[in-house]
Design a protein around this ligand. Structure first.
Ligand code: 2IP
Ligand code: CA
Ligand code: CA
Length: 365
């Protein structure tokens, strides 16, 4: 059996390559951008985008991991639907073929042949991502039941930032408010019986800018199986005077006020995956979102990494009041609808779970 963690890292890097290529050429970027409409649209954005890059990345990860781990094939899901409308309004299904030619033929129904071939080349390129910051990826337990594992993919989190590219920084070192640094590729694996996330890979494809349109990824992974905890995220908590929380710019004022009364400072930043990542790296202590504007594909990967560090991600509304802290769950019960895929009760992500006591008390008052 190939190593699932390494293969997910490779898949995330291939995803990053595709994301970078689609962005490196203005004409291609324009071509790839399509507005999301109808029930698939995320209501919070006036203009939400569905890009071919998203769909192509998701289908590529599904294809690569499904080929290597056939037992998981039917349980690999993501944000996007593989259907895309071309300029003539015809519906096209993006499918990764057996060969680059096949995939290029499929893509050529939307793109010009030249561009279709370039992208298909990336999709079928063998990518092995090795980098000293990855640390040592452990062998997974020999008896791991792959048929009991499911995957949630967000091929590009922070689509608006991916499209726009403009950066605004916060007052806090290393924390970008909006911009390409907020873009992440999220691949999370969960246990289908317990609904608990067990492996996560989070990549920032645009973290290191080497040159105009040349970037290198920063990749984080974590494993939290009953018999194995490992990750490449053993960061110390940086020295700071106060606790620091990270929030969506749309967070509710009353909730922010209460958190301020506990002595927290605030950073506002885009990207659900990016904000969760800042908790993982301990650059912030808390990511709290009171609204249901994230989905299972946003949280599965970072939650697995947080769990490998002794932290977790909880339901916000499910944890305040009389309730006990309730971790987000990926349990598959009944038919999947837009509603069941949504973390509709909001979320609280912490690396140090002892912070919850004060926080939940204050938020319940
Ligand atoms: C979005 C994206 C947004 C986030 C929203 C996610 O995912 O991460 O940035 O909103 O919750 O669903 P905010 O930045 O206010 O936290 P996508 O880009 O994949 O649609
Ligand atoms: Ca997302
Ligand atoms: Ca997305």
């Amino acid at each position: 059996e190939p190593n699932l963690v390494q293969q997910l890292v490779n898949a995330a890097e291939k995803a990053a390559n595709i994301a970078r290529i689609c962005r490196s050429n203005e004409a291609l970027l324009q071509l790839l951008v399509q507005e999301k409409t109808g029930p698939e649209a995320n209501a919070r954005f006036e203009h939400d985008f569905k890009t071919l890059a998203d769909v192509l990345i998701q289908e590529t990860i599904k294809h690569d991991i499904g080929t290597l781990f056939p037992a998981m094939r039917d349980a690999i899901k993501g944000e996007e639907s593989p259907n895309f409308k071309n300029v003539d309004g015809e519906s096209v299904t993006i499918a990764v073929g057996e060969t680059a030619e096949e995939t290029a033929n499929c893509l050529a129904s939307i793109l010009n042949v030249e561009v279709a071939e370039v992208l298909a080349g990336e999709v079928h390129r063998a990518v092995v991502y090795e980098e000293s910051l990855l640390g040592e990826i452990p062998a997974l337990p020999a008896d791991l039941d792959y048929s009991n594992l499911g995957i949630w993919i967000d091929p590009i989190d922070g689509t608006a930032e991916y499209i726009s590219g403009d950066s605004i920084f916060t007052d806090f070192p290393g924390i970008t408010s909006t911009g390409l640094d907020c873009v992440t590729v999220l691949v999370g694996v969960y246990d289908r019986t317990t609904g608990i996330p067990v492996i996560g890979v989070v990549s920032q494809p645009f973290h290191n800018k080497l040159d105009e349109n040349v970037y290198r990824s920063l990749v984080f992974w974590g494993v939290c199986l009953p018999e194995l905890q490992a990750n490449n995220c053993q960061f110390e908590r940086p020295e700071r005077d106060n606790r620091l929380g990270i929030f969506s710019s749309s967070e509710n004022g009353d909730i922010l006020q209460r958190i301020m009364e506990l002595g927290y400072e605030f950073a506002f930043a885009a990207g659900a995956g990016h904000k969760a990542l800042k908790v993982i790296t301990w650059e912030v202590d808390l990511y709290l979102l009171s609204k249901g504007s994230t989905f299972k594909w946003d949280t599965c990967a970072p939650q697995a990494i947080l769990r490998s560090l002794g932290g977790d991600m909880y339901s916000y509304r499910g944890s305040i009041g009389d309730s006990k802290p309730t971790p987000l769950s990926y349990i598959e019960d009944g038919e999947e609808t837009a509603d069941t895929k949504c973390n509709k009760d909001g979320l609280i992500a912490v690396r140090d779970v002892t912070l919850l006591d004060d926080l939940l008390k204050k938020l319940t008052e």
